[in-house]
Each structure stands twice: as structure tokens, then as C-alpha cells.
Design a protein around this ligand. Sequence first.
Ligand SMILES: Nc1ncnc2c1ncn2[C@@H]1O[C@H](COP(=O)(O)OP(=O)(O)OP(=O)(O)O)[C@@H](O)[C@H]1O
Ligand SMILES: [Mg+2]
Length: 437
Amino acid sequence: MAVLIVDDEQNIRRALKKYLALEGIDSACAETGAEAQERLKKERFDAVLLDLKLPDMSGQEVLAWMGRQGIASPVVMISAHGQIADAVSALKSGAKDYLVKPFDPSDLVLKLRSLLEAEKAAHPPSEKGGQEEFIGGTPLMRRLFQQIDKVASTDVTVLITGESGTGKEVAAREIHGRSRNRQEPFVAVNIGGIHEGLMESELFGHEKGAFTGAVNRKAGLFELAGQGCLFLDEIGEMPLPLQVKLLRVLQERKIRRLGGMSDLPVGARIVSATNRDLEAMVREGRFREDLYYRINVFRINLPPLRERQEDIPVLGDYLLRKLALRMGRSAPALAPEAAEKLRSYSYPGNIRELENILERALIYSDGRSIAAEDLDFHRLRDAAAANSLESVEREAIRSALIRYQGNRTKAAEELGISRKTIQNKIKQYGLDPLRGF
Ligand SMILES: Nc1ncnc2c1ncn2[C@@H]1O[C@H](COP(=O)(O)OP(=O)(O)OP(=O)(O)O)[C@@H](O)[C@H]1O
Ligand SMILES: [Mg+2]
């Protein structure tokens, strides 16, 4: 839960922020009406705590502005003693509740919690559990839907391939969502994101005392997926020694926790995904051929967005609605020139890139419609290039540190940078040589 506190008195902002933090409620602060508007344009809050009297405008004005912008976060007005009449009229114009200063912060927390409950009851999650929709009307996509439907009714192992951002995870969820075991868990794991040393215990679990640090028994992801679906994302990142173990599990449909004495059956369907060329990896000896055949029983290949350009307007529309909802705003329309501009771009980052462009456009736009100049492709690409540069650098430092067991001087020497620089980078990237990163 995140709350925006709008009050011009620093003491009140500080005290409330602290109190809410103790209650496990996140908060941000704004000192003026204008500052509150800035934040509300950019972020979604579960509630807004609004002082009636602000230096630049009244709380009432902020409330009315929120209404015009379609910002639906519930508002609790804070009034001073002589202003109760104003607080009441604020209630009439849409505030959900009010508090009179000085108030007991525990009252505030009660009010916030009950507001949240009321919101939840008013907008129950859809039957699909807030799941994403899978959009696509081109012949290519329709064929894909048929494939998904067909495979969903079986419990066959699936491999989903496609460039980054083409919807591999959405497709995996869709397969599970249409299967007869859809009530069972869908467990997703990003193989590229787990440290190699922990992967085995993450996947298969461990018994208490199986290794130093295994203070309790832990169920692995195979176990957690039960009769549902285990989604092995970025399977191409799995190190060879683990590939052997995974192969054995898939062949025998049994797992054994690390340090365990008995086998447990594997009941979940396995769906893997990768944006790598696994066939090439097999040829180069970086991916086991036998494992490749095991996971590639049914293949679904997601086309890049540039090969389904007719879908861009529908996808754009859907993503705008989704993003606006997430920001608690109503979805703006797409101006015709903006729609045209969207259609003519090539999207190396596919649907994820389209989504990022629209998210930024939403923030820049006036809230009612997206104009062509709100769409900025290049800034985003520059940021992505900078990000990938950073991740390359981070990885180089991380592996040098591992090679030299955390010895910064040696790692810095190997990388040809100074000790001071490596210190700074370790801090910048949150690498902790003592904890094995
Ligand atoms: N067919 C679709 N309909 C609607 N939204 C989609 C569709 N495909 C993807 N998306 C949206 O695009 C974004 C990227 O999708 P997803 O995470 O599934 O891609 P991915 O192929 O797994 O990417 P990566 O390789 O980068 O992990 C998500 O926000 C998702 O909601
Ligand atoms: Mg993914």
C-alpha cells in the first residue's frame, strides 16, 4: 500500500511518514498542491492524504483536479479545527473521509485500511485473476492461438522461443490458464537470474542441514508447482552441470531434495522459454542435445512485432488501457498521427518496447489524448543501450570478483581499472564480495 501525504507542515509529514512506515505502509510526501499534482501524474497511490489548506491552492482544488484527470485514488481530507464545514463539503465533492487536526495516527491507519478494503470489494479481481490478455488478430497470431489451445489440453512439455519482449511469459501463462489444471499453481523461475550455486536447491529443494546455511527444510520450485505448471524462463542460461540434473528429472519425472533420502514425483507440466538460438548452442556444445529434445516436445515460436505490424494499433490500445488502469487514470485516446507514428516504427524490443514507449507517453501526455510528439522512440533506445552497457560492466566485475574470491585488487588489475574505480562500481551495482554476490 502506498500513500501520498500532502501537507505543508514538515513536522506532520515527517511524523506521519514514520508512523505509517511502522505500520508497513509506504508513503511519499508533497508540500504543495502543485507538487502533489506532479507526483499524482507520475505514480499511482492507493490513497491520498490531503490537507485542506496548502500554500498554493486548497485541498478542494487538488481534489477537483484529480477528478478532471481521472485519478481515482481515494482521498482523506485533513482539516484544522475551524474548517469542518469545508471538510464536509470536500466529502460531497468526492473525498472518501476526513480527519480533524490534531488526530491520532492510529485513527488514520484504521481509515486507510478500511478504504483499501472498500476499494477491493468495489473492484474484485476478474475471473482471470488480473491476468494479462493475449492480443493478436493477424493470421500468424491466430495460428498461434490454435497451437496454444491444442497444447493446453495435453500435459506435453513446451518450448517457447522468440525474441526478447515478444510475449513468451504471457504465452506460457496462457497455456496454463487454458489447461484443465489451471487452478493449480503457475510457478515461474528465471534461470538467468539465479546464482549458479543456488540453482539446484532452488529447483529441487533441500533438507535441513544439507549444506552450510540450510537451516530449514525447503521445498523446491518443482515441488511448489505441484500439479500445475513450472515455467523455466531463459533456459539457455542453465549451466551444463545443471542441465544434466534437469535432464534426469525430466526423464524420471522424480526429484530428490538436496540431502534427501527419498524421491518425490514431478506432477507439473514443464514449459521452458528462451530468446537464444538453442540449436546453435547445441552445435557449439553449450546446450545438451538430449535435454534440448526433452524440452522441445511441442514448439511455439512467437513472431517479432515487426512481422505482425497490423497488430500494433490493437496492442497499443490494450496496453494503454492496462497502463492507465495501473496508474489509476482513465485511458487517453491515441491521436491519428500518433497511431501512424506507432505503426511505422520497427520495435527491436518488441511488445515490451511498445509498452515502455506508451508508458512514457502517458506520463508526458495531457491525460486526455496521446499526441505524436508524446511518443519518443530514441530517448528510450539510448537508455536501453546505456542499460545494457551497464549490465555488461556489472557482469564483468562480478565474474572477476568470483574468480579472485572477492579480492578487489586482483579483480581490478585483471580488468585494468583502479582499485578506487572497482570500489565505486561495487557500490554502484550492489555487488557484495563477502556474501557471494
Ligand atoms: N499478445 C500479447 N498481448 C498483450 N500483451 C502482450 C502480449 N505479448 C506480450 N505482451 C506484453 O508485453 C510485455 C512483454 O511480454 P513478456 O514478458 O511475456 O515477453 P518475453 O518474451 O517473456 O520477454 P523477455 O524475453 O524480455 O523476457 C508484457 O508486459 C506483456 O504483458
Ligand atoms: Mg520473459
